[in-house]
Design a protein around this ligand. Structure first.
Ligand SMILES: Cc1cc2nc3c(=O)[nH]c(=O)nc-3n(C[C@H](O)[C@H](O)[C@H](O)COP(=O)(O)OP(=O)(O)OC[C@H]3O[C@@H](n4cnc5c(N)ncnc54)[C@H](O)[C@@H]3O)c2cc1C
Length: 382
């Protein structure tokens, strides 16, 4: 079978790519080893940025049945309360099983050919071809690799899906829901993991609890998770699941010629918050738009140049976030940041507006640099 565009992976990046390309009138194959609905390990934090991108891509807000909205958050460091913020910009939570199934269904309804629930035996980016276990061969003009952090497409292009020294890792569990979950604040614990954090996201059906951070800085993340569960009053022996998270290690060249990488496959995860759904959806859309333009111009090989140009704002936000995370997570400055977070309404407000997707990292970077001397002074205080 021959298509204009092959999309491998039907998560937020792949579904958004397939939806965008199919709506533009091109023939698209959406391929995933999983049949939907399927589980995906994720906190399901759906920020204002995700909310906005979803609406931009699918032309209407995310259906209310897929999200729960919270208006308060509490922040801790080493088990000590730093601050409870009430009336923050809305922060939404979703369950990936339902959310991803919805987006995949939209892509198929838009006209993408359904190759979900298929085992893939070979990915050949050079020939823009994918082979399925049933012997079928799918060929395209452009291939979008949206196959997550362990991307086979990235591996075929660059030899490895990610750099083990820089990758992040997260552990998570769905604990029983507490009675007050629908109104309880989201909880963030800055020191639950090194170069990362712990989270408790209260949902109506469960409490999603996790720790995540840069893998190389956390030699025993299982122990950190057990400590965190105990701190929250849960059984530390509870079985947990883990997954890699491209925390601040994005690909400067997200593909080659007519082969593009989107979402986690391109490392597009916020290195401070671990948020990846928003950039996955947006990069899927941008990859599809670049592919459509390249095919319409009769030059599929130009897809990467177009896509890299379109990704510039996301790449620049990730660079700024990488810079700010040195202040939030590294050595002595970390103490200064915690002290500032406890005392300064401005810092807390900035952080929440960032999480809500109301502002971008450029604004936070300027504000952070202005406060750097203050962080240093606080860090040096006995
Ligand atoms: C513990 C944890 C917590 C997180 N919490 C949050 C959060 O609260 N908020 C947030 O915004 N982000 C969060 N993230 C990040 C977020 O989950 C990812 O950034 C996001 O899922 C990326 O979307 P994607 O479409 O690129 O990849 P994925 O969602 O991973 O989708 C990839 C798809 O590709 C398919 N696939 C993979 N390999 C193949 C193959 N060889 N052949 C065929 N199909 C294949 C998979 O089945 C899957 O459906 C979290 C991540 C982790 C690990």
């Amino acid at each position: 079978m021959t298509f204009d565009i092959l999309v491998l992976g039907a998560g937020p990046a792949g579904a958004s790519a397939a939806y965008t390309a199919a709506r533009a009138g091109l023939s698209v194959a959406l391929i995933d080893k999983a049949a939907f609905p399927r589980e995906k390990l994720c906190g399901g934090g759906f920020t204002g940025r995700s909310y906005r991108y979803f609406e931009e891509i699918y032309g209407a807000p995310i259906p209310a049945r897929l999200i729960e909205t919270h208006h308060s958050a509490s922040f801790y460091a080493n088990g000590e309360l730093l601050s409870v913020l009430e009336d923050i910009p809305p922060i939404h939570l979703t369950m990936r099983r339902g959310f991803d199934a919805e987006m995949c269904a939209r892509a198929l309804a838009a006209g993408a050919a359904d190759y979900t629930g298929q085992r893939i035996t070979r990915v050949d980016p050079g020939a823009v071809r994918i082979e399925l276990a049933n012997g079928e061969r799918l060929t395209g003009k452009v291939l979008i690799g949206a196959d997550g952090v362990n991307s086979q497409v990235a591996k075929a292009l660059f030899g490895q899906s990610f750099d083990r020294d820089r990758i992040g890792f997260g552990l998570e569990v769905e604990a029983p829901a507490a009675a007050d979950n629908p109104t309880a604040p989201l909880r963030i614990d800055f020191e639950a993991a090194q170069w990362g954090y712990g989270w408790l996201f209260p949902k109506s059906g469960s409490s999603t609890i996790g720790v995540g951070g840069v893998l190389s800085k956390n030699t025993d993340m299982k122990a950190e998770m057990a400590d965190y569960l105990a701190l929250l009053g849960h059984d530390p022996e509870m079985p947990v699941k883990g997954h890699f998270l491209p925390f601040g290690d994005f690909r400067k060249r997200p593909g080659r010629g007519p082969v593009l990488l989107a979402g986690d496959a391109a490392g597009l995860v916020d290195p401070i918050t671990g948020e990846g759904i928003a950039y996955a959806m947006k990069s899927g859309q941008l990859a599809a738009q670049a592919a459509v333009a390249a095919i319409k111009a009769g030059r599929p090989d130009s897809a990467l140049t177009r896509y890299t140009r379109a990704l510039k704002p996301i790449h620049s936000a990730l660079r700024q976030a990488n810079m700010i995370r040195q202040i939030i997570f590294s050595g002595p400055l970390r103490r200064g940041f915690h002290a500032a977070f406890r005392r300064s309404g401005t810092i807390r407000h900035l952080y929440m507006r960032l999480m809500a997707g109301e502002i971008e990292y450029a604004t936070v970077a300027t504000a952070t640099l202005k406060r750097l001397p203050g962080f240093l002074l606080r860090a040096l205080r006995p």
